[in-house]
Write a protein that binds this ligand. Structure first.
Ligand code: SF4
Length: 471
């Protein structure tokens, strides 16, 4: 599973400051959200200057490239593609002409009606240069700006027309504009340093810059940052937001604070809940690194079963692992993980992981641990079974590929060769996150989505909430 993108925007009160280096560090902190391309745009007082390329942040930028991006206001982006091919033309920030300058835009999320909006805009004469839904948002914004020259109204237009998930930052002259979709599906937060306002997908980017987290951007809220000053505008409100549960389970870094919660604490609680729901008298509890570590700590704390690492991850494997493609995935598992044999031999092991998508990775890891001499391997999973695809910006798998969509828990247990298998319950997960169930997106776990998707069941239809209420 891969998230689609991380975004950052910085506005400094110091007109002599160059924010590109800070944006670079922030993108480094957000690298886990996308590894295919990276880009930075800054406004130098006259024009928007951009550098972007395929690759990791450290590969795309060096001192001279950052040095060429001068200016106190800018935005940045790391990308993993879901909508639009993995190509430089889809890398971000995307620039769209506005009067005698440009607007730059960077987006995390996925618009489910991007195709329809694009057709409508093309019929009105717009010419698109990418296959990305982000350009659709950019063109909606610029058209609205050309009509009324009011950024608040332009973002309101996006919120009225775009359906899907979006945490978005725009650079327009010396102003950073940001918005979170009315359901708050993807995260976005605001922080401050002595001189700068920082808007970022996750608070770890603010930490990296020695900033202080001010607060999350609320669902349906817009932020305008100019000359180090920040203003918030609540443009729309759904009765029930729909925060993505997988941000808590897997995507976000554990040291991030999201919607007022430390992700690490949520994951420890998930592990503890697994210990309550699926106890077993084992010798060792161990994580599948790295994402299973915090869950395993929670399981160990609640069960008192000894915590020991049994698998070691090769942290230098690089981007090959996250590049799409079945063959690559298979080789990558072998390259990525090795067993710590003395911790495994003769032991009954509880192995904790974040999720099972296709089952192939889990099977290989269980087999690896059994080959290293484990007496029993009991798998515990920090998410409920994934039954349906994600349409909101997570590259998960098709319904056909999702093992839990076609097999019972016992069936999955047999496929992955585990001695037992326990997924956290929906109730247990909701409790661990600490947000009411009707304020979470659990579409891929239930098949009931917070927005209308052709052929799928929509939560809004069930709860009779159909429109957000513009203020
Ligand atoms: S469908 Fe699943 S992965 Fe997608 S936004 Fe909802 S909870 Fe997150």
């Amino acid at each position: 599973m891969q998230d689609k993108c991380g975004v950052v925007g910085i506005s400094s009160e110091d007109p002599c400051r160059n924010v590109a280096k800070s944006i670079y560090y922030a993108l480094y902190a957000l690298q886990h959200r996308g590894q295919e391309s990276a880009g930075i745009s800054v406004y130098d007082g006259k024009v928007v200057r951009t550098h972007k390329a395929m690759g990791l942040v450290a590969e795309v930028f060096n001192n001279s490239r950052i040095g060429a991006l001068e200016g106190p206001t800018g935005i940045g982006h790391v990308r993993y593609s879901t909508t639009g091919e993995s190509a430089i033309k889809n890398s971000q920030p995307i620039l769209v002409k506005y009067k005698d300058s440009s607007v730059a835009i960077a987006h995390n999320g996925n618009l489910v009606n991007a195709g329809k909006l694009k057709e409508e805009l093309e019929a009105e004469g717009e010419v698109f240069h990418s296959t990305s839904d982000t350009e659709v948002m950019a063109r909606l914004f610029v058209r609205a700006m050309l009509e009324r020259e009011d950024p608040v109204e332009a973002v309101r237009t996006i919120m009225r027309k775009a359906v899907g998930s979006y945490s978005v930052v725009l650079l327009m002259g010396n102003t950073v504009i940001a918005a979170r979709d009315p359901l708050g599906i993807k995260p976005l937060c605001v922080g401050k340093t002595d001189s700068d306002v920082i808007i970022a997908s996750e608070s770890v980017a603010i930490d990296t810059l020695n900033g202080t987290l001010v607060r999350d951007v609320r669902p349906g809220e817009m932020v305008i940052a100019r000359d180090g000053d920040v203003r918030f505008y609540q443009l729309s409100r759904y009765q029930c937001p729909a925060h993505c549960v997988f941000e808590y389970i897997y995507f976000s870094r554990p040291d991030s604070i999201m919607d007022g919660r430390l992700v690490y604490d949520v994951r420890v609680r998930i592990g503890a809940t697994l210990a309550e729901e699926y106890p077993y008298d084992a010798d060792t509890v161990t994580p599948v690194p790295d994402s299973g570590i915090t869950f395993a700590i929670g399981y160990h704390q609640r069960s008192d079963i000894k915590y020991r690492e049994c698998l070691m991850k090769n942290r230098y494997i690089g981007r090959t692992f996250i590049m799409p493609g079945q063959e690559m995935r298979e080789i990558a598992v072998k390259l990525k993980m090795n067993t710590i044999r003395p911790n495994i031999e003769g032991k009954r092991i509880i192995m904790v992981d974040d999720s099972i998508v296709r089952g192939t990775t889990s099977r290989r890891i269980v087999d690896m641990v059994k080959s290293a001499g484990a007496k029993e391997v009991h798998v515990r999973i920090g998410s409920p079974p994934i039954l349906a695809p994600c349409y909101m910006g997570i590259d998960m798998a098709t319904r056909e590929e999702l093992i839990a969509a076609h097999k019972t828990v016992a069936g999955v247990e047999a496929v992955i060769n585990a001695d037992s298998l326990g997924y956290i319950s929906h109730e247990g997960l909701v409790r661990a996150i600490g947000i009411p169930r009707d304020q979470l997106c659990m579409g891929c776990l239930t098949g009931v989505y917070p927005i209308e998707i052709p052929g799928e069941v929509c939560r809004l239809a069930q709860t009779k909430i159909t429109e957000y209420i513009p203020e």
